[in-house]
Design a protein around this ligand. Structure first.
Ligand code: COA
Length: 381
C-alpha cells in the first residue's frame, strides 16, 4: 500500500471532486451550485432548487414552468405502491418503508425506466416527487384515513402538508415547509451521499443507489438527531428548568443534541434560518415553549463550550424538529422529511459520479491472524 493514508471515519480524507455544494465550516457558509443557502431559502421554491441541483443552473421562467409541471405530475402513486404502503408490517418504521418503496418504485411506475448506467433520472423525477406522497400516505393509513391524491396546484411543501392533514396549509406554513426542504436538499460528501455515490460507482441503478442512501441516513448519528432534540425538550419540560438541566448535562459530560458538527465550527447557517421559522410559527400559534427553551440552552451552553475551547454551536437539527412539531407533523416523520428533501442532492451526486466514474474500492489495514496451516474438520481442537 504505497502512499496509503488511514483515517478513522475517513475524517479529512478527500474522496472525490464535486461541483454541487460548498461548505465553509469556519465561516458558517453553505451554497448550492454557487448560490447561498440564505438566498435560496428566501427566494427559491424547493422545485427550483431541485432543478438547480440536477441541472447546475437556475431555470428561466419558461423552463421552470415545464419542469414544475413534470415534477407535480409525478406526485401520485401507482395503486401497487399504495397497496405496498397499506400492507407494510405494523412494526416497520417509515424510513424502512421509504427505503423499500424506493427500490420497488423502479418496477411500478407509469414512466418507462431504463436500468442502465445512463438511466436518465433527470427526466422521470418521480423519485424526487413521490417519496413525499409515500410518507404522507403512511401517516394517513396509520391514522385510519384513506389515500389522498396529491394536488398539482400546490408547492412541494404545501402539498406535503395538505396530504398529511387533509386541508390546505396557510401561505406561511406552506412556505416554511417548502423552505425546510430547500435547507435539507444537499450537503456535500456526508455518509448518505457518499453511500449513494459508492453504489452508483458500481453502475447500479439510481433507485438502488438512493435506497442505500436512505439506509445510511436512517442512523441516529446522521439523520436522527432532530428527533433526539425533540425528546430532550420534552424531557426538560419548561424554560425554568433549563438552567439546572444544562448544569447537569455539563457535569455529566452529556451531549446536547442538535449541537456540534464535524465541519461547522460556528453556527450552522441552516440553523439560523430554521430559528427564524420557529420564531414565526411560535408567534402565529402562541406556543413559545420550545423556542424559549432552545434559546436558553444555547445562551447557557455557548460560553461553557467556549471556555473549554470547543467550537460547538447549533446545527440544522437544533430547531427543525420544533418547526415540524408546530406544523403539526408527528415525530416519526422528522427523519423521513430529511430523506424526502435530500433526494435531489443524492441524484445530483449520482449523476456527477457517473460522468467520470471509477468504482470506489478503498483498502484496509489488515489486523487479522498471520497465514496458518489448514486442519481438516476432524483434526480441529
Ligand atoms: N454536546 C456536548 N459536547 C459535544 C457535543 C454536543 N452536542 N458535540 C461534540 N461534543 C464534544 C465531545 O464530547 C468531544 O469532547 P471531548 O473531546 O472532550 O471528548 C468533542 O466535542 C468532539 O466531539 P465528537 O463527537 O468527537 O465530534 P465529531 O466531529 O465526531 O461529531 C457530531 C460531530 C455532530 C456527531 C457531534 O457534535 C454530536 O454528537 N452532536 C450531537 C448530535 C447531533 O446534533 N447530530 C446532528 C449532526 S448534523
Amino acid at each position: 500500500m504505497a502512499n496509503a493514508t488511514f483515517a478513522k471515519g475517513l475524517e479529512g480524507v478527500v474522496a472525490g471532486e464535486s461541483g454541487i455544494s460548498l461548505i465553509d465550516g469556519e465561516k458558517g457558509r453553505l451554497s448550492y451550485r454557487g448560490y447561498s443557502i440564505e438566498d435560496l431559502a428566501a427566494h427559491s421554491s424547493y422545485e427550483e432548487v431541485v432543478y438547480l441541483l440536477l441541472y447546475g443552473k437556475l431555470p428561466t421562467r419558461y423552463v421552470f414552468d415545464e419542469f414544475s409541471l413534470r415534477m407535480r405530475a409525478s406526485r401520485p402513486l401507482h395503486p401497487k405502491v399504495i397497496r405496498m404502503i397499506r400492507d407494510f408490517p405494523e412494526g416497520g418504521k417509515p424510513m424502512e418503508l421509504l427505503q423499500s418503496v424506493m427500490a420497488y418504485l423502479s418496477g411500478y411506475v407509469e414512466h418507462r425506466i431504463e436500468h442502465s448506467s445512463t438511466c436518465n433520472c433527470r427526466q422521470t423525477l418521480h423519485q424526487v416527487a413521490q417519496l413525499a406522497t409515500v410518507a404522507a400516505t403512511y401517516h394517513r393509513f396509520k391514522q385510519g384515513l384513506d389515500y389522498l391524491a396529491p394536488r398539482a396546484d400546490l408547492s412541494h411543501g404545501a402539498n406535503f402538508l395538505y396530504m398529511l392533514r387533509g386541508r390546505e396549509p396557510d401561505a406561511d406554513e406552506g412556505r416554511i415547509m417548502d423552505a425546510s426542504f430547500v435547507l435539507h436538499a444537499e450537503h456535500g460528501f456526508n455518509a448518505s451521499t457518499f453511500t449513494a455515490r459508492v453504489v452508483a460507482s458500481t453502475l447500479s441503478t439510481c433507485y438502488c443507489s438512493i435506497a442505500a442512501a436512505i439506509g445510511a441516513l436512517y442512523g441516529s448519528l446522521h439523520g436522527g438527531a432532530n428527533e433526539k432534540v425533540f425528546d430532550m425538550l420534552e424531557s426538560i419540560g419548561s424554560v425554568d428548568k433549563v438552567e439546572a438541566w444544562v448544569g447537569k448535562a455539563f457535569e455529566e459530560a452529556q451531549k446536547i443534541m442538535g449541537m456540534g458538527h464535524r465541519i461547522y465550527k460556528t453556527k450552522d447557517p441552516r440553523s439560523k434560518i430554521m430559528e427564524g421559522f420557529l420564531e414565526k410559527l411560535s408567534e402565529k400559534t402562541g406556543r413559545h415553549e420550545h423556542l424559549d427553551m432552545l434559546r436558553r440552552i444555547e445562551e447557557l451552553a455557548t460560553p461553557k463550550f467556549e471556555s473549554k475551547d470547543k467550537k460547538i454551536y447549533p446545527n440544522v437539527d437544533y430547531y427543525s424538529g420544533s418547526v415540524y412539531h408546530l406544523l403539526g407533523i408527528p415525530k416519526y416523520l422528522f427523519v423521513p422529511i430529511f430523506a424526502i428533501a435530500r433526494i435531489p442532492g443524492w441524484l445530483a451526486h449520482i449523476l456527477e459520479q457517473r460522468e467520470e466514474n471509477r468504482i470506489f474500492r478503498p483498502d484496509s489495514v489488515y489486523v487479522g491472524p498471520e497465514e496458518r496451516a489448514y486442519a481438516p474438520i476432524e483434526e480441529r481442537g
